[in-house]
Design a protein around this ligand. Sequence first.
Ligand code: RIB
Ligand code: CA
Length: 311
Amino acid sequence: MSGIPVWMDCDTGMDDAVAIMLAHALSEINLIAVSTVCGNAELDKTYWNTQRINRLINADYPVYRGAEKPLMKPLAPAVNVHGENGLGGVELPLPEDVIVPDVPAWDALYACARSMPGELRLVATAPMTNIATAFIRYPDLPGLLHSVTFMGGSAGSGNVTPAAEFNFYTDPEAAQIVLQSGAKLVMCGLDVTNQAYYSMEQLESMAATGSRAGTFVRDCGRYAWSVFGKLGMAGFSMHDSCPVMYLAHPELFEGKMAGVAVETRGTVTNGKSVTDLYSDKQFPFKNVLVLLKVDRDRFISILTDCVLGIR
Ligand code: RIB
Ligand code: CA
């Protein structure tokens, strides 16, 4: 297949599901596999939700199981945001005859990266427990990857605490390992991902086409809106689609190289990503391209075309 080779690591949840659909539909992307991790929900749910998305989009991407808990912290699933089943209560059928691989996510990712040195783009849309585990076990893996483009952190405020974004908060030790790994890093933090949102009107328009995939996204959006609408949020943020869209259409985004670190010992600030973008004092390193702006109209237009193009 043509397109840039991409491996996704997800905690399939609603916006992870849309990101997988986007990667599937974009001609610029060749989705190789999806590994799953605990986060939005327990591993069993995120794994089988990913298989449900395979069936929804008529695909059979290899799906691997990873970590059942963060490196150090207890797991605190985002039930309030993604619901008990991780998909906002939306019921999807399972594919039949699934053979669950007995190779863990980190071993499968390493084998894949070794088969294409310098080419594999890793997209992380979840707590980075699987990736950190892989980097610990295989110290040469960061250098084998082309890059790690991740949804996580923020240069500004948080969403799970006033300080921290959910993926970084869930496993700050894992985030620290990835930030210090030497891999080429692109960060899609809340600063940019909250710009990439669907309005309810746009979601209803997608469903009105009769598209199966569009109806799924609308149904997820309705659940998210029931949570966020009353908080004054603009709409259904497509957090996890941002790293995928960046790989195919970097021209939609603006960003700056920065030093980025994560707080692992704080209480009020635990999991907070700290950047030197807005401070006089600079870190002695510039380890991450931090994306700060996106052309929302073009983002939503491309994403909608991709979703409605799924048969
Ligand atoms: O903070 C948003 C992130 O946390 C997204 O990846 C969402 O799926 C949740 O995992
Ligand atoms: Ca996610």
